[in-house]
Design a protein around this ligand. Structure first.
Ligand SMILES: [Zn+2]
Length: 289
């Protein structure tokens, strides 16, 4: 009797495992096809940037990670529970409010490729970023203007800055920021990190394609960014500000909010709106409520 009931238990145990495996396989197959939809999620990580990109073929990118582990909770809300990998991490620049969460993502996820501008920093998180890339066998790509990253059919990310070959260490870190423009058909996203006026002017004057449906507002809405000259070139429908509640910098600055509003741009903020998710089919852009 005892051995009989043990056998029953073992049988159920295996059945349960097989069923679970079948569900995982089928949801993985299903998950690879996003029905032609690109998702871009501006994660709510407090004072810092973290942008999750999910391409129509299932390729996943995280650009910046906010200051700490908060990004892991945010990622688990926008990724499948069994998904333990990210195809690419991109770092705009090595300040804590951008790199902190990227280091956490490197510890938690299997990462394919890591991209940064090549600008280094003395903070420990930068050393850890380099160490984890080397130790975990992550491919490394130095991003500069002219680099195009193909994410899926018709979906690509153009690196706009820094300029290829430009000296990185002698300059203000915000002037050699890795910025990028994500394009899918008629819809586009300009991802600016903490870019300030100097780089904004340089990009406009250099003739970079800057027009975008969604602008990730530079430097958390600081008055040192979002010049009128730049906003006119980008001409966005939406402006997303990634910012922490009651942050010590007073971001976003009121004059920038006024400027965006006067230009008729819809303002979205992670401190008041929480996580902000856009979906694009290449023609139309929808803001998820
Ligand atoms: Zn920042």
């Amino acid at each position: 009797m005892i051995s009989g009931s043990k056998k029953q238990n073992i049988k159920y145990y295996f059945l349960a495992i097989l069923t679970a495996v079948a569900i995982l396989v089928w949801s993985a197959v299903w998950a690879e096809d996003r029905g032609g939809i690109l998702t871009v999620a501006f994660l709510n990580v407090g004072q810092g940037d973290a942008i999750f990109i999910d391409a129509p073929n299932g390729n996943q990118v995280l650009m910046d990670g906010g200051p700490n582990k908060t990004v892991l909770k945010e990622l688990s809300a926008v990724m499948s529970f069994y998904d333990r990998s990210l195809d690419m991490l991109i770092m705009s620049h090595p300040n804590l409010d951008h790199i902190g969460g990227l280091v956490e993502a490197l510890k938690r996820y299997e990462v394919g490729t890591a991209v940064d501008s090549g600008a280094s920093h003395s903070i420990g998180e930068y050393a850890e970023w380099k160490r984890l890339i080397a130790n975990n066998g992550v491919k490394y790509l130095q991003g500069s203007s002219g680099v195009r990253i193909h994410l899926a059919d018709g979906v690509y990310l153009d690196v706009l800055s820094p300029k290829k070959g430009e000296p990185l260490q002698s300059k203000n870190i915000n002037d050699v920021m890795l910025t990028a423009r994500l394009v899918y058909g008629n819809t586009s996203f300009l991802l600016t990190g903490d870019m300030e006026r100097t780089l904004e002017y340089k990009l406009v004057d250099g003739g970079s394609a800057l027009d975008a449906t969604v602008l990730k507002v530079g430097h958390h809405g600081s008055r040192t960014s979002s010049s009128e000259y730049f906003l006119n070139a980008v001409h966005p429908k939406y402006a997303v500000i990634q910012v922490g509640k009651n942050n010590k910098y007073g971001h976003p600055h009121q004059e920038i909010l006024n400027r965006l509003q006067a230009a008729g741009i819809g303002i979205l903020r992670t401190d008041t709106d929480g996580r902000i998710i856009f979906r694009s089919d290449g023609k139309n852009l929808a803001l998820e409520k």
